[in-house]
Design a protein around this ligand. Structure first.
Ligand code: RFL
Ligand code: PHB
Length: 397
């Protein structure tokens, strides 16, 4: 088989890239390790920044998102027993975010791809990338016991943190920066109305909690838990009890409990790979970087990588120029490091770390108190949360 771009991974990055390239008249084949149903079963992100909303529109798959997505012009921060609202709309001159689950976004992209008859190989085993240092890279895999090969001009590594693309790069050609946090997030999805019409980020003496949602009838909650906890040990009742402990009186009154649809524990990590381009192979999304989910940045960063990669590939084919390709890493990394910083900062501000001294939570509360009572402090949180502009700071490098 021959194509222009071989995309490894059919998560949000791979599917969005495939759709944008298709719109630009560029062929791509996607190879994915697991089944489509498995991909859709992963409950992950919930918050889209404007750049991601715009890209879904550009890819021609935004209709359901605009119908069902919930526009949020603010969120709440609960600490020292009190709530404070971050008015995104007012603090950023009218910007907002949208609650639309990663599952739904992925489904929209998958359906558009299937409707356009574009090739995706699901359950491809033993995927390998070859010769990306030259001009004739190729991807091999096994499917139904047969070995297959895709010849291409470019390889897009959209295969997530545990993917094969980054792992195939010689260690001498890559630098990885990593911080692993000493706790995880236990997430629970339930068909119950959300406790609040906006998200609530909670810093409590018992640890962080997040009250999020997917719709007016579906809630998504998270609890900070020790890494040693096992998800099977957390009954639904235990989850609701612990969430109530971490909420305020109003939250305890308003919380509607019910059976869980899904529960899982995710570790938290900050991770960045430099560079993101290796000859004719590019890393995009979680394949190149991970943020702790506190800042809701992972999916949005993936979407911006994909935008920059799409623009660079289009420039290559339509204008016969490699300038975009050459600049891919630099452009992505400038944005990535800003989001990494925000996500790390917001994580350390909102969580309880295992060996913290009593004074640390006092520092956290003092910082939160300062931020909530300062116009510039509030603006800092708001402008990072809605997402910094794509060209932020590029003039000065
Ligand atoms: P994905 O989604 O991991 O998809 C990669 C795909 O590649 C496949 N793959 C392979 N395919 C072929 N061959 C191989 N050898 C392969 N190895 C892997 C995998 O099966 C998979 O289908 O990466 P992608 O597309 O870059 O998307 C990134 C996002 O999934 C991720 O950044 C977000 O989910 C992060 N995230 C959040 N981001 C936000 O922007 N807002 C949020 O509110 C938000 N909340 C979250 C999150 C992540 C969470 N977890 C579970 C870490 C909440 C949580 C709890
Ligand atoms: C979610 O709804 O899954 C979600 C929302 C905000 C975050 C992280 C996760 O910061």
């Amino acid at each position: 088989m021959r194509t222009q771009v071989a995309i490894v991974g059919a998560g949000p990055s791979g599917l969005l890239l495939g759709q944008l390239l298709h719109k630009a008249g560029i062929d791509a084949v996607i190879v994915e390790r697991v089944s489509g149903e498995y991909v859709l079963g992963r409950i992950r992100a919930g918050i889209l920044e404007q750049v991601s909303i715009d890209l879904m529109d550009e890819a021609g798959v935004g209709a359901r998102m605009h119908k069902e997505g919930l526009v949020h012009g603010g969120f709440e921060m609960l600490f020292a027993g009190e709530r404070h609202r971050v008015d995104l709309d007012k603090l950023t001159g009218g910007k907002h975010v949208m609650v639309y689950g990663q599952t739904e976004l992925t489904r929209d992209l998958m359906e558009a791809r299937a409707a356009a008859g574009l090739p995706t190989v699901y359950e491809a085993k033993n995927v390998r990338v070859h010769d990306y240092d030259g001009t004739q890279p190729y991807v091999t895999y096994e499917k139904d016991g047969k070995s297959e090969r895709i010849d291409c001009d470019f390889i897009a590594g959209c295969d997530g943190f545990h993917g094969v693309c980054r792992a195939s790069v010689p260690r001498s050609a890559i630098k990885e920066y990593e911080k692993v946090y000493p706790f995880g997030w236990l997430g629970m999805l339930s068909d119950t109305p959300p406790v609040n019409h906006e998200l609530i980020y909670v810093n409590s003496p018992r640890g962080f909690a997040l009250c999020s949602q997917r719709s007016a009838t579906r809630s998504r909650y998270y609890l900070q838990v020790p890494l040693t906890d096992k998800v099977e040990e957390w009954t639904d009742d235990a989850f609701w009890q612990e969430l109530k402990h971490r909420l305020d009186d109003k939250g305890r009154r308003d919380l509607v409990t019910g059976p869980s649809l899904e529960k899982s524990i995710a570790p938290l990590r900050s991770f960045v790979t430099e560079p993101l381009r290796f000859g004719r192979m590019f890393l995009a999304g979680d394949a190149g970087h991970i943020v702790p989910p506190t800042g809701a940045k992972g999916l949005n960063l993936a979407a911006t990588d994909v935008k920059f990669l799409h623009d660079a590939i289009v420039e290559f084919y339509k204008e016969n120029s490699e300038a975009g390709i050459d600049d891919y890493s630099r452009k992505c990394l400038a944005r990535i490091w800003r989001a990494e910083r925000f996500s790390w900062w917001f994580t350390q501000l909102m969580h309880r770390f295992p060996h913290d001294e009593a004074i640390t939570s006092k520092f956290q509360n003092a910082e939160l108190d300062y931020l909530m009572n300062s116009e510039s402090g509030m603006k800092t949180i708001a402008e990072n949360y809605v997402g910094l502009p794509l060209d932020f700071g590029t003039a000065s490098g």
